[in-house]
Design a protein around this ligand. Structure first.
Ligand code: SF4
Ligand code: SF4
Length: 176
């Protein structure tokens, strides 16, 4: 049958010559390919010393944002969890007490907020669903680990710091 791509090769079943039987031509050909690639610029990077540029739309590890006064924005409404196709988000809501206004912006807040990073597919739907601009995906890579439990990110890993130096700038994403 005629090949559609015209790339098919007829396989010969003739006996190998002595030279072919010693695999010398194949070895020399293989070494030639190795030498050719030896002088090429490698496609890999020496991570983490060297880092690759990400595109503007890259979505990495999440951050739970604070407002301009340092209070947590999340009101534990659960919309991010409901919109998550991987069911990676869980939370426990609590009521804000008197005197906690500087900690939590709304009357309800997430006492526990967890993302299972092994489930997350970094789709960004949680960010889009959030009515409080509380959750964003950053350019940070979620680091590798050996234990599955380490991939359950709680508020200790997700909420940004209060100090200006520890804030995570997501202004480019907020504009969208
Ligand atoms: S990025 Fe997507 S998969 Fe990951 S937690 Fe958000 S909604 Fe779920
Ligand atoms: S992160 Fe946003 S959507 Fe998710 S519970 Fe908090 S306020 Fe609601």
């Amino acid at each position: 049958m005629k090949s559609l791509s015209n790339r098919s090769k007829v396989v010969s079943d003739k006996n190998m010559t002595l030279l072919e039987g010693a695999y010398l031509p194949a070895v020399v050909k293989g070494l030639g390919i190795t030498l050719k690639h030896f002088f090429r610029r490698p496609a890999t990077l020496k991570y983490p010393e060297e880092q690759r540029e990400f595109t503007e739309v890259y979505r990495g590890k999440h951050v739970l944002k604070r407002d301009e006064n340092g209070a947590e924005r999340c009101t534990a409404c659960g919309l991010c969890a409901v919109s998550c196709p991987a069911e990676a988000i869980t939370m426990v809501a609590a009521e804000r007490k008197n005197g906690e206004e500087h900690l939590y912006r709304e009357e309800k807040y997430a006492a526990i907020y967890e993302i299972n990073m092994l489930r997350c597919i970094f789709c960004g739907l949680c960010e889009e669903a959030c009515p409080k601009e509380a959750i964003f995906l950053t350019k940070e890579i979620a680091p590798a680990d050996y234990e599955r439990e380490e991939f359950i990110y709680g508020k200790d890993k997700l909420v940004e710091g209060v100090e200006p130096a520890k804030r995570i700038d997501v202004s480019k994403r907020q504009d969208r």
